[in-house]
Design a protein around this ligand. Structure first.
Ligand code: HEC
Ligand code: HEC
Ligand code: HEC
Ligand code: HEC
Ligand code: HEC
Ligand code: HEC
Ligand code: HEC
Ligand code: HEC
Ligand code: HEC
Ligand code: HEC
Ligand code: HEC
Ligand code: HEC
Length: 282
């Protein structure tokens, strides 16, 4: 108060602006000082986060760390947290620390697919996948052969999506999940012997295929062969109908020319006398 009273006195009046100026400087200095203190604290925090190691992440993100540890696959062994997350909030904004898959995966048709996370839903467990039941195209980025096979040998399997059968990667379904066997004694291995999964109408078999597996669809012939009791009766169906379904052999392939040429010249068909292969007229 005394100062202002002094200032009011005429002879000190010229000192008032100087005094106000000094007070202003003091306030500014105090403000700058406290500001510096704050940014120093921030710098310290930033410094600390910059020096985070992978071992630190686990302290605050234990759920993620547990996932990586148990299911990380090569995202556990070939890379670490900080290879993917460069920086940390708040110094680096959240959207900048989430890596794009393409940063590390590029250059094959598979890596050109859209929506990596529609299958690889958790980057911390990259091989844990729930595959939708309508996927075909993306599988062909790695399995072009199967796609080609299905197209070249059209069957009703061609229109069945890969993941209808392979509902998880590498899972192989038994045929009998979706079909009934032709006879009760057939096992899954038998199905695959006759029907390749991706071209099921290309039906082939070996010499060990028992006649009882042909019988359910050719009951009349099976019965005829049995009841005729000729030397053909002892033969398996596949002994004559070799390797591929619907193959019909000529009698001559096994018998050559069993009769005098004059006789065979008159009767061009063996079955003119022998009636048919399965009964031989008996
Ligand atoms: C001291 C605890 C702490 C440590 C140590 C820590 N974080 Fe974080 N992290 C957090 C917090 C808290 C958030 C949320 C920040 C926010 O929401 O702004 C976060 C956010 C994140 C995010 C973004 C999450 C989102 O919601 O998008 C990622 C990624 C991340 N941290 C990765 C890491 C990695 C990698 C490490 C190890 C290098 C690590 N953190 C170490 C506490 C920590
Ligand atoms: C191969 C790259 C990769 C590695 C390695 C990786 N992350 Fe991530 N992380 C990602 C991606 C991508 C996302 C975004 C996921 C999303 O958007 O669903 C993410 C998300 C996160 C998040 C936020 C979302 C959440 O799931 O909580 C945290 C926290 C995180 N990661 C921490 C870590 C930690 C800790 C490690 C190491 C133990 C780690 N990450 C290793 C790629 C990776
Ligand atoms: C920082 C680099 C990096 C990023 C980002 C990254 N990956 Fe990877 N990823 C790798 C490496 C390295 C491997 C091992 C590669 C190898 O062995 O050929 C790998 C392997 C994989 C594997 C195979 C895992 C295994 O064990 O066989 C899958 C699946 C995968 N990554 C998916 C993704 C997806 C999806 C994303 C995006 C969310 C992604 N990655 C982001 C580096 C990365
Ligand atoms: C339609 C599902 C699907 C989509 C979409 C998808 N993947 Fe895959 N990915 C798979 C399957 C299935 C595998 C084989 C996994 C295995 O071997 O167990 C695989 C394997 C991988 C592998 C490991 C094998 C390799 O060739 O290196 C990587 C890496 C990978 N994917 C990255 C990606 C990236 C990056 C994207 C997006 C551009 C992506 N995937 C999109 C299904 C998908
Ligand atoms: C990124 C490449 C990749 C993608 C994408 C991929 N696979 Fe595979 N797949 C593989 C590899 C590698 C193997 C192992 C091959 C081997 O063992 O010879 C495999 C094996 C398989 C097997 C088992 C083969 C066996 O011999 O038992 C099946 C079935 C299969 N894949 C189906 C699929 C289906 C269905 C899709 C689409 C959802 C798919 N794959 C997508 C790479 C891939
Ligand atoms: C009707 C069911 C079915 C469909 C549809 C199907 N598969 Fe298969 N796939 C199988 C069966 C069964 C096997 C096992 C074959 C064997 O053991 O001989 C198999 C085997 C495989 C194999 C192992 C190698 C091979 O050729 O035997 C691969 C890879 C494969 N499938 C990929 C695919 C792809 C890719 C698609 C889609 C284009 C597809 N599959 C569609 C049933 C199916
Ligand atoms: C996930 C179900 C599924 C599995 C597993 C499956 N199929 Fe099929 N199969 C189908 C469907 C669907 C059709 C079409 C039926 C229709 O249109 O009525 C079909 C049709 C067929 C046909 C008739 C093809 C045609 O064009 O007339 C044969 C033969 C066949 N399957 C054999 C097999 C064999 C052998 C296996 C095992 C290797 C198998 N299937 C496994 C679903 C399956
Ligand atoms: C001895 C060979 C053989 C064996 C073993 C075999 N099939 Fe067949 N299958 C055939 C023949 C031949 C057809 C008829 C093809 C045609 O119509 O041209 C057929 C037709 C089919 C069809 C088409 C629909 C129908 O019933 O006519 C399905 C589905 C089928 N088989 C599934 C199976 C399954 C599942 C198994 C295993 C339990 C199996 N097959 C074992 C030879 C075989
Ligand atoms: C699932 C039923 C089924 C099975 C199993 C089956 N076939 Fe057939 N087979 C058929 C059908 C359907 C035809 C066509 C009939 C027609 O065209 O009138 C046929 C036709 C044939 C034909 C005659 C082709 C022609 O040109 O007239 C021969 C030969 C044949 N089968 C032999 C066999 C043999 C050998 C086996 C056992 C290895 C067998 N089949 C198993 C259903 C079957
Ligand atoms: C000794 C050889 C031989 C044996 C064994 C044999 N077949 Fe044949 N099959 C033939 C010949 C040859 C034909 C041509 C038509 C004919 O000459 O009667 C034929 C014709 C057929 C045909 C089509 C024409 C028709 O008659 O309907 C079918 C289907 C057939 N065989 C099924 C079978 C089955 C199933 C078996 C086993 C139960 C069998 N075959 C055993 C030689 C044989
Ligand atoms: C795949 C070989 C094969 C074919 C094809 C074949 N057969 Fe035979 N056939 C045999 C065998 C093996 C015997 C028994 C020979 C023996 O035991 O001496 C036989 C025996 C016979 C016999 C003697 C029957 C008996 O009970 O004494 C006659 C007749 C005969 N075949 C006629 C035919 C005629 C006709 C055809 C054509 C329609 C035909 N075969 C097709 C292999 C075949
Ligand atoms: C004109 C009638 C006739 C014709 C055509 C004919 N066969 Fe014969 N075949 C016979 C008679 C009859 C026998 C003796 C009958 C018996 O022993 O049951 C016989 C016997 C056979 C035998 C048994 C021979 C043995 O030593 O046991 C075979 C194999 C045979 N025929 C195959 C054929 C073949 C293959 C053709 C066509 C190239 C053919 N036959 C045409 C009338 C005929």
């Amino acid at each position: 108060m005394k100062i202002f009273q002094l200032c009011k006195k005429k002879r000190y009046k010229s000192l008032l602006p100087l005094l106000l100026f000094l007070i202003f400087i003091l306030v500014i200095s105090l403000t700058i000082y406290s500001g510096q203190k704050e940014s120093l604290a921030q710098e310290k925090a930033a410094e600390a986060l910059l020096h985070l190691s992978n071992a630190d992440c686990i302290k605050c993100h234990s759920t993620v760390a547990t996932t990586v540890d148990s299911k990380g696959a090569k995202h556990k062994t070939a890379v670490n947290c900080m290879d993917c997350h460069k920086g940390h909030p708040p110094m680096v904004p959240k959207d900048k620390i989430i890596p794009a898959c393409s940063e590390c995966h590029s250059g094959t048709p598979h890596y050109e697919l859209a929506g990596c996370n529609s299958c690889h839903s958790d980057p911390h467990a990259p091989l844990e996948m729930k595959l939708a039941s309508n996927i075909t195209g993306p599988c062909l980025t790695c399995h072009p052969a199967q796609g080609k096979e299905m197209k070249e040998y059209p069957s009703r399997h061609t229109n069945v999506a890969c993941t209808v059968c392979h509902s998880a990667h590498k899972d192989i379904p038994p045929c009998m999940n979706c079909h009934r066997p032709h006879t009760p004694e057939m096992v899954n291995k038998d199905c695959l012997t006759c029907h390749p999964a991706h071209q099921p109408l290309t039906i082939t078999y070996g010499q060990d295929m028992p006649s009882k597996y042909c019988a359910p669809c050719h009951q009349d012939i099976s019965d005829m062969l049995k009841s005729a009791q000729t030397k053909h009766t002892a033969l398996e169906c596949v002994f004559c109908h070799k390797e591929r379904h619907k193959v019909i052999p000529a009698c001559e392939t096994c018998h050559g020319s069993p009769h005098p040429p004059a006789m065979l010249a008159q009767f061009k068909e063996c079955n003119a006398c022998h009636i048919n292969a399965h009964s031989l007229g008996k």
